[in-house]
Write a protein that binds this ligand. Structure first.
Ligand SMILES: Cc1ncc(COP(=O)(O)O)c(C=O)c1O
Length: 473
């Protein structure tokens, strides 16, 4: 494909994406086709001499899009959102076109520099503590996901707690991680990858009302482990838990970490984006205690997957934990000590120019544009929650500080599960579920840039009508 062919095909592909977005609301949010449908429709292999892009676009329409769950659909309320938007896609397109590898400063100088500056911009936007800015010992980096951020934080914490020898103590000296019972599964995964074993993570009880970590229970767990000769290495506090968006009391948790010399990682994968709005920054109190912090612009800040923003207060500790220097990567810039080599801040060596999509998004929307995006979703969640609260067929299952509302029927768990199945079967909306205090609970997570009040109202009407059919009360 020469540059002129690329230009023509590229215009067609951009047109195709624009048409997809423009017609998304008319499609069913999910596909009802059984597993195997797509594979059965595809040929056994590629053609001998290639095909035009128009043939690919036709097959996207015929085979692929009808069998997707449409995450950008205005009626998509499942899981947490995975926003994208025009500027993000265009930034990613430029990244693909440049095709550079940002593993070292020397391998792509502007890729590294732009990433450092974008993470400083984001730190300013969220009003994160100064210690995370690149002007001091700290700094930010883009990871693929919050799970990777938790993994590298865990590795750095273990390295610090053991001078890199946490696997040498045998069973007599075990290193421990702590999170609440509501912490994300990636915390256990990180502990297992790091070799702490299945029981390496202590799950700390939560307040039954707020579902936030109980700091007294954390302290008790740390003390018990110390008394047993174990080493508390890392606490992962969550701002916006996956199940219900509970906010752990980071000021108290942080003070305990400081007292016992334990690394504090704060996982704000979804809710971190809320801090672009000054009125929601209460959720980020106590971050000055954190050794590391992350949030996912790919969840609620309009930047397409994958883009996790991860900061450390002391980048030297992270680099010490992760650096390995083979001869073929040696270069004068790295040896001068004057540059950042992001390969030392992550698990893989290679890395894409992901800062471009952030740059496009931040410049296109500006500070107020990003705030308006978050605020509109919080307001829609408030409106939906008010309707749930006002209807005695329903129960609000947890506080809703951001744009997720958790609720269930004031009836059996089976009735709530049936309600979810019925509204999802309409194809107009897609919600997922969780369990809160053991009860089956529906989650309505608002986050698509296309979602308006009309879509949230429609979700409520569908739920209300399905509840009526189920003849609850
Ligand atoms: C609190 C929390 N942490 C971590 C994750 C994992 O995110 P990622 O897919 O970026 O690894 C999630 C995903 O929803 C989450 O809610």
């Amino acid at each position: 494909m020469d540059p002129e062919e690329f230009r023509r095909a590229g215009h067609a592909v951009v047109d195709w994406i624009a048409d997809y977005w423009a017609t998304l609301g008319q499609r069913p949010v999910t596909s009802q086709d059984p597993p195997g449908t797509v594979a059965a429709a595809l040929p056994a292999g590629p053609t001998a001499h290639g095909e035009p892009v128009s043939a690919l676009l036709a097959d996207l329409d015929a085979l692929v899009t009808p069998r997707l769950t449409h995450w950008q659909h205005p009626g998509f309320f499942g899981y947490f959102p995975a926003n994208t938007c025009g500027p993000s896609v265009l930034g990613d397109l430029v990244s693909s076109g440049l095709g550079v590898q940002g593993m070292l400063w020397a391998s792509a100088p502007a890729c590294t520099a732009l990433e450092t500056v974008m993470l400083d911009w984001l730190a300013g936007l969220l009003d994160l503590p100064e210690r995370f800015r690149s002007t001091g010992r700290g700094g930010g980096v883009i990871q693929d996901s919050a799970s990777s951020a938790t993994l590298v934080a865990t590795l750095a914490a273990l390295h610090r707690a053991s001078e890199g020898r946490w696997r040498e103590g045998g069973i007599d000296r075990r290193y421990r991680a702590y999170t609440s019972t509501q912490g994300h599964s990636s915390i256990e995964k990180a502990a297992r990858i790091a070799g702490l074993g299945r029981d390496g993570v202590r799950t700390v009880e939560v307040d039954p009302q707020t579902l936030a970590m109980d700091p007294d229970a954390l302290r008790a767990a740390i003390r018990a482990d110390l008394a047993a000769g174990d080493v508390p290495a890392i606490v992962v506090a969550t701002i916006g838990t996956t199940s219900t968006t509970a906010v752990d009391p980071v000021p108290q948790v942080g003070a305990i970490c400081a007292e016992y010399g334990v690394w504090l990682h704060v996982d704000a994968a979804y809710a971190g984006a809320a801090a672009v709005c000054p009125e929601l920054r209460w959720s980020h109190a106590g971050l000055e205690y954190a050794d590391s912090y992350c949030f996912d612009p790919h969840k609620w800040l309009l930047t397409g997957f994958d883009c996790d923003a991860f900061w450390v207060a002391d980048s030297g500790e992270l680099v010490e934990a992760l650096t390995v220097l083979p001869e073929f990567l040696r270069n004068a810039a790295s040896e001068s000590g004057a540059v950042v080599d992001y390969r030392d801040w992550q698990v893989p060596l290679g890395r894409r120019f992901r800062a471009l999509k952030l740059w496009f998004v931040l410049r296109w929307y500006g500070v107020e544009g990003l705030r308006a995006h978050v605020r509109s979703h919080v307001a829609l969640a408030d409106r939906f929650a008010a309707r749930v609260r006002a209807d005695d067929r329903f129960v609000l299952a947890a506080p809703h500080p951001f744009s997720l509302v958790c609720f269930r029927l004031a009836a059996s768990d089976e009735a709530s599960a049936e309600l979810l199945a019925r509204v999802n079967a309409t194809g107009r909306v897609f919600l997922t579920h969780t369990r809160v205090a053991g009860r089956y609970t529906l989650r309505l997570a608002i986050g698509s840039p296309l979602t308006t009040q009309a879509h949230v109202d429609e979700a409520w009407e569908l739920l209300s009508a399905a509840a009526r059919e189920l003849t609850v009360r």
